[in-house]
Structures are given as structure tokens and as C-alpha cells.
Design a protein around this ligand. Structure first.
Ligand code: G3P
Length: 217
């Protein structure tokens, strides 16, 4: 399973990337806006140089020509850039064109198994089901991941399932159990994966016992 960081914040990306287990980054227009008045091109290039893996950057145009123009520009910045397009008629058309031009894609804002199936049929490199936003509404986001993994296991699509909108560590565990290819999570969730109360208590006891001994090394 691949771990992506769901942020556009360079400090967070550098901090977590230093652990050596981050495979890529996902951004979206909201996450980019949170970074304030950045120079998008240099900012994104630095993210790519830091993670050296797929970095999703989303188009903001909604018409096909605009999507294509942005995708060509963004993908010229760095070989790691993957173009995110929303699940829409124009998004699907754009992915068809991207495939002809060798531009990698991620279809985002996916909330149903049929939308994921369409993304796979279109030949997207990644499909991003937003499981946390379904949970937020009292629906079962994980059953969406379960349906998509089962459907994709029936066929030979190249599309990787990129579970997004991750809210807590249990989401990560369940996505791994279901065989999602990628989980993208905020730094806060990623850091929680490292921790367990019994690890903390156990380490404190080890250190206390070690300090209590009389002999030197
Ligand atoms: O990157 C897209 C997705 O992960 C957004 O998550 O927390 O805004 O629902 P969230």
C-alpha cells in the first residue's frame, strides 16, 4: 500500500517525508488556497523534488479546453505531476485526451462505485473516492471502498484506488484490509499511525528501569 500526504504545506511535507515512507502527495484547490499567496509553479516543483513520487495537482477550469491547457502546463513542470480532474463529463473527456498525450490523471470527488468504474473505463491512473465526506453525512464511506476494490478485482483496470478524505487511523487500517492501492491522509492522521498508548507506557517503563540500574555499560 502506498501512503500519500494530503496537503500542500511544504513544511508538513518535508517533515513527514523525512520518515522515508511517503510515496506521494495529493493537493486540491482548497489545500492550495490554504497556503496563501504562494507562487504555484515553484511551490509545486518543490513538493515534487521533496517527495519524488506522484503529486496530484487539480485543474480549476471546468471546460474541456481549459482543463487541457492547464494539464499541459502543470505536467510540463515536473515528471511527478499527476493531473486531478473532477468526476464530470468534461473530466472524463479530458482523461481520454490525457492518455493520448501521456499525461497522468487522478479523477477526484468520487462518491459512488459507478463513478469509480467510469474513471477506470476512462483509463485514469488514480481514482479518488472521498470516504470521510460520506461518513460525515452519516453514510458508510468504507462500503464504497469495499465495492470499488471488489469491482476492480473482477477486471484488469490499470487505475489505482486512492482512498481520500481520511479522517482517522481506523480508516487507514480498513483501507489496507480491503486492498486499496493508496491512502492519502493529512499529517495529523499520519502521525497518529505511529502512536499507541501501550507503546508510550512501555517505553517509559523501559527507560525508568534502565535509569534505576546501578551498573554502567
Ligand atoms: O484530497 C482530497 C480529499 O482527501 C479531501 O479530504 O478532508 O477535504 O474531505 P477532505
Amino acid at each position: 500500500m502506498k501512503f500519500f500526504l494530503d496537503t500542500a504545506n511544504l513544511d508538513e511535507i518535508k517533515e513527514v517525508a523525512s520518515l522515508g515512507i511517503i510515496d506521494g502527495v495529493t493537493t486540491n484547490p482548497s489545500l492550495m488556497s490554504k497556503e496563501g499567496n504562494i507562487k504555484v509553479e515553484s511551490h509545486v516543483k518543490e513538493i515534487c523534488e521533496t517527495v519524488k513520487g506522484p503529486v496530484s495537482l487539480e485543474v480549476t477550469a471546468s471546460d474541456l479546453d481549459g482543463m487541457l491547457e492547464q494539464a499541459r502546463l502543470f505536467s510540463s513542470w515536473n515528471k511527478h505531476i499527476v493531473i486531478k480532474v473532477p468526476m464530470s463529463e468534461n473530466g472524463l473527456k479530458a482523461v481520454y485526451k490525457f492518455n493520448q498525450e501521456g499525461i497522468r490523471s487522478n479523477i477526484t470527488l468520487v462518491f459512488s462505485a459507478n463513478q469509480a468504474l467510469l474513471a477506470a473505463k476512462a483509463g485514469a491512473d488514480f481514482v479518488s473516492p472521498f470516504l470521510g465526506r460520506l461518513d460525515d453525512d452519516g453514510q458508510d464511506g468504507m462500503s464504497l471502498i469495499s465495492e470499488i476494490t471488489e469491482i476492480f478485482n473482477n477486471y484488469t483496470f490499470k487505475t489505482e484506488i486512492l482512498a481520500a478524505s481520511i479522517r482517522h487511523p481506523r480508516h487507514v487500517t480498513e483501507c489496507a484490509l480491503l486492498g486499496a492501492d493508496v491512502v492519502t491522509m493529512p499529517k495529523s492522521v499520519f502521525l497518529k499511525l505511529i502512536q499507541h498508548p501501550k507503546t508510550t507506557i512501555g517505553l517509559e517503563k523501559f527507560m525508568a528501569d534502565w535509569k534505576a540500574r546501578k551498573d554502567s555499560l
